[in-house]
Design a binder for this molecule. Sequence first.
Ligand code: ASP
Ligand code: MG
Length: 462
Amino acid sequence: MKFGGTSIGDGARMKHVALLAKEYREKGNEIVLVTSALSGVTDALLKNAKDASETGKTSSVKEFIADLTKQHHQAAHDAINKSNIVEKVTGEIDSRIEELEKALIGICYLGELTVRSIDYISSYGERLAAPILCGSLNSIGVKSHTFTGGEAGIITTDEYGNARPLEKTYFLVKERMEPLLQDGIPVVTGFIGENEAGIITTLGRGGSDFSASIIGAAISADEIWLWKEVNGILTTDPKIVPEARTIPFISYIEAMELSYFGAKVLHPKAIEPAIKHGIPVRVKNTFDPDFPGTIVVKDLKQSRDIVKAVTVIKNVALINISGAGMVGTIGVAARVFTTLANAGVNIIMISQGSSEANISLVVDENHLDKAVRGIKAEFKNGIIKEVTHDRKICVVAVVGAGMANTPGVAGRVFGALGKAAVNVIMISQGSSQHNISFVVSEDGAKKAVQVLHREFGLEKEK
Ligand code: ASP
Ligand code: MG
């Protein structure tokens, strides 16, 4: 079971989490708990590390440290109702925060922040949360110890900020965690691992899901439960369509398509270990624990619902590259993509018609300027005539494995949009046929999602 930032937002919530875990244990389950940082803490750590390196102001570090201490002490007091345990936990918090302070002050003096130090600093969110959760469990009579990702056996590559587990992780985690399960509930820090030299690494933002998935795979868990603040994976954003419903069953493939497209429920990387080991992943709501949520499974009989969900990605921009000289010229796309890769631009969507006269791309809006600058520089005296862009767009994606080999889905999608007078600017469907993505104007996005949600009857109970 993994609990995310808002689920453990403060002491009262952590207590709720400890009670939940205890309840499931008493029903006969063996559990490993994976915790992320208290909500907002990772962001605050990263911001303060950056500020320290840029401004060198030790007074700001001291203020931040005081706030962080207060926040975690308060959480410990609220989560734990035995004074001796509170004392032990706050003592642990203090000694950890003292190390953190030294590191931040060091960064102030050095004026330098390496990727390795960023991982070290950001690991403190989880390392401060874990003792509180563990103390909370102890205070209600559950045996528990804390482990950093590395102590639990997650040994990673050296790719700071985006480390991946080495194969031996699966063996080590199993060896270290399994013997503890009969006796109690081990609490493991999500998000962090260590490399072979024992230096702390992180698995990427939101990486606690990845940690849970690695551990679940290593111990051959029956299920991996990711506790969030929503009722599982929804058919669409309920802010756009109030009738949005929980999808009870979804396949790995569909879930990956959803996460690629901004629904931000599950990161494909995070569920990869589960996929590889064939372990179902369940997304549950901490605030409504009896609700079954969504279960993500390996094989899904092509269900009657051809379309599972409609998602929208905002804060993106469209780039269109055109020129008659591109037609039949080999290597243009390669140059475009290499240029963008070198500029650090992530490409979200691509389309080129068979006329070859233009290539359209969707990128993160924050990457737009460097993308356009890069392409213009690369082709300054050549075959590309025009590079235009549009910020006022959104990507809408229609997802479902049942779409594959079902004729007429695209017809229904675009027919419904046409009837609603929503103009489609760009289209892309990969040949897996699990996802039809298209670009509409920002103003049209809401309507597009509402119309398609209704068209495919996603508001109806299945
Ligand atoms: N605390 C980390 C983050 O904010 C990892 C996580 O929450 O999953 O990215
Ligand atoms: Mg935009």
